[in-house]
Design a protein around this ligand. Structure first.
Ligand SMILES: [Zn+2]
Length: 79
């Protein structure tokens, strides 16, 4: 993939959807009870277009715990 627009100065958190490079607008906090302790939260970032897609994916598996607006870098620890 050509990263012609890549620059650390404009680098910002991107959507977690496969192949999507849009800026994150939402953070989806989820937990897989088979792998994680109940308090543990994984974080996925989603752009406006993928909030629904990623949210449904997690919700269908019973993993989705919380969806919050993503405002700034440093807001979320991506895990
Ligand atoms: Zn996206």
């Amino acid at each position: 993939m050509v990263e012609d627009l890549f620059s650390p100065a404009v680098l910002q958190p991107q959507c977690s959807a496969k192949g999507c490079r849009a800026a994150a607008a939402w953070q989806l906090l989820w937990n897989n009870p088979k792998l994680h302790t109940p308090e543990y939260r994984k974080t996925w970032l989603a752009c406006v277009d993928h909030r629904e897609t990623l949210g449904s994916f997690l919700d269908a598996r019973g993993f989705l715990r919380e969806v919050k607006p993503f405002t700034a870098a440093g807001d979320a620890v991506i895990s």
